[in-house]
Each structure stands twice: as structure tokens, then as C-alpha cells.
Design a protein around this ligand. Structure first.
Ligand code: GLY
Length: 301
């Protein structure tokens, strides 16, 4: 039997506001939910989905409630779930009425013959599976609406530094899964989609080697298929932590100030995390089964 492991991120970014303890508390809640599933024999897919739901419902992260508004004052969300047992994925992009995008991504992977749906087409599938659509305003926090108005007026918005959320888990059967969910970038043009739903960019998993979830400026992550690159490094014998560092540094070597980060987990349960931004909240379960959190590298995982 494999010893389960779990690692989460809450997004690479500046995280300038003085709210780090609340952010880390959200990370603790999410890792606890995922860990309870894994330690009771649950699957990696359930653990990453449920941990991600906690972060989607938490207003301090850029996913679900608290997502950045686009240039039309609307929340548009993307999500990806990956299954390392089957090297499979489910993805959605530009949805506006799905309470927990990661759950719809999983339904698409497991219950349709397709893998990637966008916008109202994705929402039609959600309704077919009995999910309720919710009004877009339910995702909009007062703080983000105030920032949106400042951005419209070309005033400096004090960005809270919220980020994409992600999780990677290894379960007792040796299965690896990753989940990544986002509201995208602040004031993005309507219809813009970043890295998150792109298999290999926003997330990746392969039971033979490991899994990863990426965060940061999606355009930079997509160009490097950051999550796949990190797992490829593991497959060529690079230790998990070094793979996270090398994959992020590869982006930084070709794009100045790329503002990206990644979390990784290998098939033996070794963890790694690295970022180029000021902060990237990360939560993990250490080898004693104790939850750990940190706003920035080095994580001493
Ligand atoms: N990494 C999230 C995005 O750029 O949309």
C-alpha cells in the first residue's frame, strides 16, 4: 500500500495585502478536507476535487467566489482535473454560472465521451447532469467589484494578489490526480482563456512519474506546458523539488518576469514547489501526517 500525499497551492502572485493568516487558514481548511479523504482510503481524484471546492468557495482565492472580474464586469472560470491512472483529463473554460467548476470538469472526464467544453455549452452539460446554474453575481465579492471599478476608471487598484488554486494527490493505491481552477487574470478580455484548462499546462498527472498543478500568468505557462515539463523532468530522474525549480526556471530563462509557479508530487510521494513571484501559498501534509502551510518558498517540504 502506498503512503498518501497531498499538496495544494493558492496561486502565485504578489499577495500584497496584509491578510496572509486568513489565506493560510483557507489553505489549512482545504488540505484538511483532502487529507481526511486520503487517510481514510479515499481516492486521489476525490481528494483533489474536494480540496479545490473549499478554495473555490473561499473569497480570498481567484477561483469560484472571489474570482477576478473580466473587462465586462463578469466572472469567467476555467478548470482542469487530471487522472494519472488513465492519463486522462476533463476541462471547462469560460463558464459563468457553475458553482464549482472543478466538479463539472470531473463529470466531463468521467461521464462524457468528450474532454473539454466551453462557456454555455459546458453549462448545458452541467444541467444535463443535474447541476444547478447560479447567477454570476454570486461569485463577485465587494472587494473585487471595487477593484474592477478602479480599473475601469484607470485608478490603481490594490490587487489582493489572489491566485488560481490547485491540488495534487497520491492515494493509497498509487493513483495520482491533479486539479486546477481559476477565474483567470484581472480585467481579462471577455473570452480570454489561460493555461488552466490546457492539459499539460494548468495540470498534469501520470501514475508512473508524478503530477503537477501550475499557477501564474497563463500565457507564459501555456507556452512552456509547465505542468507537463515538471513531470517530464521527474520521469527523467530529477527529484521532485528540483523538477519544480527547473521547470519554473526554464520559463524564467525565456520570458522575463514570467510570474509563474508550480507544485509537484512524484510517484514515491516526494513533493516540490517553486515560484518566481513574491508569494505562492502552499499547503502540504508532511511525512508525519501533519498539515503545513507557507506563503512563500523555500517550503522545507
Ligand atoms: N493561471 C491562470 C490564468 O492565467 O488564467
Amino acid at each position: 500500500m502506498t503512503t498518501p500525499r497531498l499538496i495544494l497551492h493558492g496561486g502565485a502572485g504578489p499577495w500584497e495585502k496584509d491578510n496572509h493568516e486568513q489565506v493560510l487558514e483557507g489553505m489549512r481548511q482545504a488540505i484538511q478536507i483532502g487529507w481526511d479523504i486520503l487517510k481514510n482510503g479515499g481516492t486521489a481524484l476525490d481528494a483533489v476535487e474536494q480540496a479545490t471546492i473549499i478554495l473555490e468557495d473561499h473569497p480570498l482565492f481567484d477561483a469560484g467566489v472571489g474570482s477576478f472580474l473580466n473587462d465586462q464586469g463578469e466572472v469567467e472560470m476555467d478548470a482542469l482535473i487530471t487522472d494519472g491512472a488513465t492519463r486522462d483529463f476533463g476541462a471547462i473554460a469560460a463558464v459563468t454560472q457553475i458553482k464549482n467548476p472543478i466538479t463539472l470538469a470531473r463529470l466531463i472526464m468521467t461521464r462524457t465521451n468528450h474532454r473539454f467544453f466551453v462557456a454555455d455549452g459546458a453549462e448545458r452539460i452541467a444541467v444535463e447532469f443535474g447541476m444547478q446554474l447560479v447567477p454570476n453575481f454570486t461569485f463577485i465579492t465587494e472587494e473585487e467589484f471595487a477593484n474592477f471599478k478602479k480599473r475601469l476608471a484607470n485608478q490603481t487598484a490594490i490587487e489582493p494578489g489572489r491566485g488560481t488554486v490547485g491540488a495534487v494527490a497520491l492515494d493509497q493505491n498509487g493513483n495520482i490526480a491533479s486539479a486546477t481552477s481559476t477565474g483567470g487574470s484581472p480585467h481579462k478580455k471577455k473570452g480570454r482563456v489561460g493555461d488552466v484548462p490546457i492539459f499539460g499546462a494548468g495540470g498534469y498527472a501520470d501514475n508512473r512519474f508524478g503530477g503537477a498543478s501550475s499557477t501564474g500568468i497563463g500565457e507564459n505557462i501555456m507556452r512552456h506546458l509547465l505542468s507537463k515539463h515538471a513531470v517530464d523532468l521527474i520521469s527523467s530522474g530529477v527529484p521532485a523539488h528540483d523538477a519544480a525549480v527547473a521547470a519554473v526556471e526554464a520559463v524564467a530563462n525565456s520570458i522575463p518576469s514570467p510570474e509563474v509557479g508550480v507544485i509537484v508530487l512524484d510517484s514515491k510521494g516526494n513533493l516540490g514547489a517553486h515560484h518566481t513571484t513574491a508569494h505562492m501559498p502552499v499547503a502540504w501534509i508532511d511525512k508525519d501526517g501533519t498539515p503545513q502551510v507557507s506563503m512563500t518558498k523555500p517550503y522545507n517540504i
